[in-house]
Design a protein around this ligand. Structure first.
Ligand code: ATP
Length: 604
């Protein structure tokens, strides 16, 4: 039952951490185009960042001067300890103020540009064709707008500033220590490469283990996600214990890996502590000998040691920043890849279409295979015509291609062979908005959005008035049950609301379609049968909806389609028979007559 590999959103984090190549960097950096509208604020933020980094670098120097003044060393620019201490306060105060503005301006840039990225992504999601969604998991797509975007947000708000700060610290710091003592600086810098090489080897191993821990955790999350989604199945098969055991052993594995990882992490941290502080002890020791020889003052040594610590911290920080940048470059590549995909209709208008069709539909020798399964031809030479206002029914065995025929009319997919015409116009050369706003659909499985019944009906036409909604509900035979709820049209439905029955949901869908008032209607009959009273209410509502509209009914119960103008029997992607109910049932060897017999017997 478990869908292995589902919910890979967690794995994405590590997956996306590719090595930075020149091309990936160039591509990834394009995400900065979203900060362009805020470049003024970005530059101001950068200036404050520079100020705050530089003032911070004044702190060790002044501390050294304070010590030199205290020990009566002539090199101090003043011997007034109070004044130097005040200057130290001043530096820290300035640093605090600059930091405030840096955070404030960077937040403005990052929040606004991240919001812009999210808006663009969502608009793009709305505009991408159905095939995009068929080739990807929903979890994978949503992680673009959730986790990938947050990686970039981190970059805009923290990582970039940190990078800038660390580099400034490194450059200015190395310059300053050179100024204090070239000898000591060279001695200090000689200890660094050793530390860095060790840290890199350790770090790599740790990264691998962390990935393994994450993957193990992802597996446990998949179990929770799946079983909670399909809790009814778990309970129906009394597999609770089985699932508990499965979850427990997955958790056990993840704990074991996490503990092994923590040993490495602990070792890594102690290495850094011992290595780094060991290095500092060496520097202090060598520095002390220089002080003893009179080559360096005590204050200078103190400043030197403080700068060394700053430099050490920024080198250590840079590795972490590099990893973060890798992740966000990966995330930005994935986001840009989606933004650069061709949308279904580039002209996606915000205005509803004003074009009104008559409803003449013609399929001319249509052949089709789904883009996801190009080797399987689903439709062959489908050829028929419906004149405005006529009603036709598509019948045939499951998997014959009935739904595919109507999906092509909505242009969810492009036909491979032949063409489809609406009012004599090839739908390939027609604005999608015009086409789809003239086609209404009442699907088999009605999906309601979380919200009120009113909102769900108004989905057919968001600008509908209260009276129109009321009228549509009445025509759809839905008014009675809606008014039986204490909250009537304000009743919340959907996942966290009242659960409506199949027949009630269908009538909401019919009310939606009535509001939309399309020239062409597609009725996909529900396979699960309703009780006879509900069935009659739904059927009456459908009859009302079909009035004066071209209608295509995907029929599962043949009793409901006796009055249609034409029945097309679809078999293995072809029109096997065509005619009225009387014509088709008169042919005892025909598929339709046999289907009729079969259903008749089943009903009996
Ligand atoms: N999105 C899709 N991608 C790939 N193949 C598909 C897709 N949808 C349907 N198919 C395949 O196309 C064929 C026709 O399916 P279709 O849903 O049109 O049949 P149907 O007659 O409507 O069946 P039913 O009565 O069970 O709804 C089937 O073989 C099905 O597996």
């Amino acid at each position: 039952m478990a869908k292995r590999g589902f919910g890979s959103a967690n794995g994405q984090e590590t997956e996306g951490r590719k090595k930075l190549s020149k091309e990936s960097l160039q591509r990834g950096l394009q995400v900065f185009r979203f900060t362009l509208p805020y470049k003024g604020k970005f530059i101001i933020g950068l200036i404050f960042l520079l100020f705050s980094s530089l003032t911070f670098m004044g702190f060790p120097a002044l501390t050294g001067v304070l010590l030199d003044a205290a020990t009566g060393n002539e090199t101090a620019f003043t011997q007034d300890l109070d004044l130097i201490a005040l200057a130290l306060f001043g530096v820290i105060l300035l640093q605090g103020i600059f930091s405030f503005f840096r955070v404030y301006f960077f937040a403005q840039v990052s929040e606004n540009s991240i919001a812009d990225i999210r808006k663009s992504l969502y608009s793009q999601f709305m505009g991408l064709p159905i095939t995009f969604y068929e080739q990807r998991r929903v979890g994978e797509i949503t992680s673009r707008i959730t986790s990938d975007v947050s990686y970039i947000q981190d970059t805009f708000s923290i990582t970039l500033a940190e990078l800038f700060r660390q580099v400034t610290t490194l450059v200015v710091g190395v310059g300053l220590i050179m100024y204090y003592s070239v000898k000591l600086s060279l001695f200090m810098l000689a200890t660094f490469p050793v530390l860095v090489i060790f840290a890199m080897i350790f770090g790599k191993r740790l990264k691998k283990l962390s990935k393994k821990t994450q993957d193990e955790l992802a597996v446990t999350n998949v179990i929770v996600e799946e079983t909670l989604q399909a809790i009814q199945v778990v309970k129906a098969f009394t597999n609770e214990l089985f699932e508990i055991k499965r979850y427990r052993s997955a958790i056990g594995r993840s704990v074991n890996t996490a503990i092994t990882t923590s040993i490495y992490r602990g070792a890594f941290i102690s290495f850094i502590i011992i290595g780094l502080f060991g290095g500092i002890i060496l520097v202090i020791w060598y520095g002390a000998t220089l002080v003893q020889r009179g080559d360096l003052s005590l204050g200078e040594l103190t400043s030197f040691v403080l700068y060394t610590m700053f430099i050490g911290a920024s080198v250590a920080g840079l590795g972490d920043l590099y990893a973060k940048i890798q992740v966000s470059m990966g995330a930005s590549e994935r986001i840009l890849e989606i933004l650069d995909m061709p949308a279904e209709q580039p002209e996606l208008g915000l205005q509803p279409s004003a074009v009104r069709f008559n409803g003449n539909v013609r399929y001319e020798h249509v052949g089709f295979s789904y883009p996801t399964r190009p080797d399987l031809q689903v439709l062959h030479n489908i050829h028929f015509e419906i004149r405005a206002g006529e009603k036709i029914a598509l019948v045939g065995p499951s998997g014959a291609g009935k739904s595919t025929i109507v999906q092509l009319l909505m242009k969810f997919y492009q036909v491979d062979q032949g063409s489809i015409f609406v009012d004599g116009q090839n739908i390939n050369f027609m604005p999608l908005n015009d086409l789809r706003s003239n086609v209404g659909i009442v699907p088999q499985e009605v999906l309601l959005f979380g919200g009120t019944i009113r909102e769900n009906i108004a989905y057919g036409r968001p600008d509908a008035t209260e009276e129109e909604i009321w009228e549509a509900a009445q025509k759809a035979n839905a008014l009675q049950f809606i008014q039986s709820f204490p909250e009537a049209f304000d009743t919340i439905v959907g996942e966290r609301g009242v659960k409506l029955s199949g027949g009630q949901r269908q009538r909401i869908a019919i009310a939606r379609a009535i509001l939309k008032n399309p020239a062409i209607l597609i009725l996909d009959e529900a396979t699960s049968s309703l009780d006879s009273e509900s069935e009659k209410l739904v059927q009456d509502a459908m009859d009302e909806l079909m009035k004066d509209r071209t209608t295509i009914i995907i029929a599962h119960r043949l009793a409901t389609i006796r009055k249609v103008d034409k029945i097309l029997v679809i078999d293995r992607g072809q029109i096997a028979e065509e005619g009225t109910h009387d014509q088709l049932s008169g042919n005892p060897n025909g598929i339709y007559a046999n289907l009729l017999k079969l259903q008749f017997n089943t009903v009996e």
